[in-house]
Ligand binder design. Structure first.
Ligand code: SF4
Length: 305
């Protein structure tokens, strides 16, 4: 039997950004997994690194980064769990939080992401604020906005499900194959203790997170916005307020997940979006692009005969 892409790429879960990349070009998202050694142009790498630095500078406004050694996969996920507990604590106090992990299962696939920022507005509503940095000094084109809208909508869906108590222990064991009884590393235990949580094994932490989420009075996210920042001048280019459309999100997620579950082949861009190919690092090797070009040549020949 043919392996699904999830199996072929040895993926136990997908990131929100894996799915949002499909909004731009699914074929490109797949090539990034298939050909990880393909070098991004130097300019793209500089833009990505500058974006990371701006995100980091924002994060450091709220808290210091603590380097922690991990010894097992459970330790790695334990750090995310502790961050969720800290998020719950800080949101309960009405404080702003940054880099909040979110996860859940959509159509049988575990999906993980990190929300840039959550804060309460003057009206007391919980707002998600996503930061996007841009090399260009103008707002993104509609195709980029569509990808970003999908990304923040998916964050909201996952976060809301978490605070509504939809996560179960079984999800982490079944999808991620984590061992509940795995002892946590010394540094992880100490980090948890400093944050006010006594835990010894992964299951202790998992139970604590699920208990806190289930009994938290944290509301669902009320509003979504994306800030676009110009990298060079660090100035705000504009803010997009996103209207959450649950049906559209679920329909797009269903379509994208169908590829990962092996229910269909990947698609490249539509004919009206072929301009994206001129910015694509895989343009020279892209089968989708070649097939499109071949079929156009064939159609031209048919017209002239
Ligand atoms: Fe997608 Fe075009 Fe790149 Fe192919 S060349 S992966 S269709 S953007």
């Amino acid at each position: 039997m043919r392996r699904t892409p999830l199996e072929a790429f040895h993926l136990r879960y997908l990131c929100v950004t894996d799915l949002s990349a499909q909004v731009w070009c699914e074929q490109q998202a797949v090539y990034h997994k298939e050909k990880p050694s393909v070098q991004l142009p130097e300019k793209t790498t500089i833009v990505l690194n500058t974006g990371k630095s701006i995100h980091l500078a924002r994060e450091l406004q709220d808290h210091n980064l603590v380097p922690i050694k991990t010894r097992s996969r459970e330790d790695g996920w334990a750090i995310k769990m502790i961050n969720i507990l800290l998020t719950i604590t800080n949101l309960r106090k009405g404080q702003r939080v940054r880099e909040c992990p979110v996860f859940g299962v959509i159509e049988g696939v575990f999906v993980f992401g990190i929300i840039d920022q959550l804060n309460y507005t003057a009206k007391g509503e919980l707002q998600l604020n996503e930061l996007k940095t841009r090399e260009s000094a103008y707002m993104p084109v509609p195709a980029q906005k569509k990808r970003d809208r999908f990304q923040v909508s998916l964050y909201k869906h996952l976060f809301d499900a978490m605070v509504q108590g939809c996560l179960t222990q079984d999800i982490f064991i079944h999808h991620l194959h984590l061992k509940p009884k795995q002892s946590l590393g010394q540094e992880i235990q100490e980090h948890a203790q400093k944050a006010g949580f006594m835990v010894q094994c992964f299951e202790d932490l998992l139970e604590l997170v699920l208990l806190n989420l289930t009994h938290s009075d944290i509301p669902a996210i009320d509003s979504l916005q994306i800030e676009y920042i110009h990298q060079k001048t660090n100035t705000l280019l504009g803010t997009e307020v996103i209207t959450y459309n649950h049906d559209e999100l679920m329909s797009m997620s269903h379509y994208f997940l169908a590829y990962w579950k092996g229910q269909r082949d990947p698609n490249g861009v539509d004919i009206e979006d072929t301009w994206k190919c001129s910015y694509c690092v895989f343009a020279d090797v892209c089968d989708w692009r070649r097939q499109r070009a071949d079929s156009l040549i064939q159609k031209g020949r048919e017209k002239t005969t």
